[in-house]
Design a binder for this molecule. Structure first.
Ligand SMILES: [Zn+2]
Length: 244
């Protein structure tokens, strides 16, 4: 355990808060992390991610697998990325409970990890800014549940016209994975991508670190989908994905 954990430990030894002051304590912890990262803002963009759970994760080398210097550098990259996409607890302003423009969602904890499910063929909107912002919020939801996640992409309803916007988004996702998420992705599962999507897959593999591309699993046979998904998803989640 290294120095960042010591900071956390010191904060943990603060007097136990009353219920009324819990939000103040959360703010206090976030403020301490901002000081540690030299972030001089109280913007909601940061506080929605730098929760106590995230703080514990990055301050514990046995969980995040990084030394203190690496963890600090990664947290600074995360802060920069979140600022770029104005990420906040409010999430994507284009999607409402009844009308979804994007098709990316955390569908809960699977057999071991949280499951991020995406069906890009069903997306109504594909601007980089809004897709990345939406994605950040859903991944935050995954990290509220577990330290790592499995990313499932289902290519039903995927047509050739999705290729151009999805290629642009691929560049942004690849950088984000490399800079901020490389150790937290357990698996990337693609369900029956069409042949014309393969150039995007090759592009993505060339952009991400080997440790990420090694986690890619492509299911080619529709009959095997449920069987392979059962490694990661609960039976209820598999039923849910058939409806999404
Ligand atoms: Zn959205």
């Amino acid at each position: 355990m290294y120095k960042l954990y010591t900071i956390y430990y010191l904060m943990e030894t603060e007097p136990k808060p009353s219920k009324q002051s819990q939000s103040q304590t959360q703010s206090y912890k976030s403020d301490a992390l901002r000081v540690f990262l030299n972030i001089d803002t109280t913007d909601d963009v940061y506080s929605s991610f730098f929760t106590e759970r995230q703080f514990k994760y990055y301050s514990d080398s046995s969980r995040c697998g990084m030394g203190m210097k690496q963890a600090k550098e990664q947290l600074q990259r995360i802060a920069t990325y979140r600022k770029e996409y104005s990420a906040s607890a409010k999430g994507c302003e284009l999607c409402t409970d009844t009308k979804k423009q994007h098709s990316i969602r955390c569908i809960g904890k699977g057999n071991h990890d949280a499951i991020l499910y995406m069906s890009p063929g069903n997306a109504m909107e594909s601007s980089v800014y809004h897709v990345c912002k939406h994605m950040l919020r859903e991944v935050d939801t995954c990290f509220d549940l577990t330290d790592s996640f499995v990313w499932v992409m289902n290519f039903k309803n995927y047509s050739y016209e999705h290729i151009v916007p999805n290629t642009t988004i691929t560049y942004h996702f690849a950088k984000w994975l490399n800079d901020c998420l490389h150790e937290r992705i357990r698996k990337i599962v693609m369900i029956c991508p069409p042949k014309y999507f393969y150039p995007v897959i090759y592009l993505a593999k060339s952009l991400v670190k080997n440790e990420i591309s090694d986690k890619l699993e492509i299911i080619h046979t529709p009959e095997l989908v449920d069987n392979i998904l059962s490694t990661y998803l609960t039976p209820e989640q598999i039923k849910l994905t058939q409806l999404l």
